[in-house]
Design a protein around this ligand. Structure first.
Ligand code: PMT
Length: 222
């Protein structure tokens, strides 16, 4: 791991889950711990980058010398991403953004009454695709959390969201992916791929940042 490979580069990373409010006391969310995003932030910092993490609510401490922008919902995260992306060269989306949010947020706590209750959900905007679609978009890297046909779905997201690179994890295993300390991933970009066996998220993050720095240099030359 070479320490100066991202010197002078600004990196923005989304991390953790989002929370989608149902009423003032309840929400929909997922098991993302923020560990993968925070490990990437520490590795990018060690590679010499200026790092900002746009973080959903997590229970871990942010790495030192990394700027944190705390957010809660997907809409908050989108707003932060749009303002931060203007000042960065590399954007990494490690957050597990809720794909849907309740169509209406009740102003008061929903009372227990009927035996059945239906919640209507509407689609959230896609943050990483919005960033990648901007004019002068940064070098944009996404994750793909899949439970089957990992390569097929990851390549589809790479193309559809117009990303420079996608990092696919198999989240059907509970020793890697969501909330665990380790991860194993396959990385795809338009002209190549790489695979990393299970290792700590810290170690993996250093490999991934090295690979991104390489691809980013290549992209600057083209
Ligand atoms: O936080 P940890 O506990 O360490 O777990 C790490 C992780 C499993 C959450 C992480 O490695 C990971 O895979 N993050 C992406 C999870 C996800 O939402 O994947 P997806 O396949 O649904 O989304 C694809 C990409 O689009 C992701 O980069 C995601 O951040 C992005 N996205 C998705 C939906 C949305 N509305 N906006 C987005 O930007």
């Amino acid at each position: 791991f070479e320490s100066g490979i991202l010197a002078g580069v600004s990196v923005v990373i989304t991390a953790g889950p989002t929370r989608e409010a149902i009423d003032p006391v309840r929400y929909i969310s997922n098991h993302s711990s923020g560990k993968m995003g925070y490990a990437l932030a520490a590795a990018a910092r060690d590679a010499g980058a200026r790092v900002t993490v746009i973080s959903g609510p997590v229970n871990i401490l942010p790495p030192e010398r990394v700027r944190v922008v705390p957010v809660s919902s997907a809409l908050d995260m989108l707003q932060a991403a749009q303002s931060e992306q203007e000042h960065c060269q590399i954007f990494i989306a490690a957050a597990a953004v809720a794909d849907y949010r309740p169509a209406q947020v009740a102003e008061q706590k929903v009372k227990k009454s009927t035996d059945e209750l239906t919640l209507t959900l509407i689609k959230n905007p896609d943050i990483v695709a919005t960033v990648a679609a901007q004019e002068n978009a940064p070098f944009t890297v996404g994750f793909a959390a899949e439970t089957q046909d990992v390569e097929h779905y990851a390549r589809d997201k790479l193309n559809r969201k117009k990303l420079a690179m996608i990092i696919a994890n198999d989240v059907s295993r509970n020793d890697i992916g969501f909330n665990s300390d380790d991860n194993a991933v396959s990385v795809f970009w338009p002209t190549g791929e790489a695979r990393y066996e299970a290792m700590s998220k810290q170690q993996l993050a250093r490999h991934l940042i090295t690979l991104m720095a390489d691809r980013y240099q290549e992209y600057l030359l083209n």
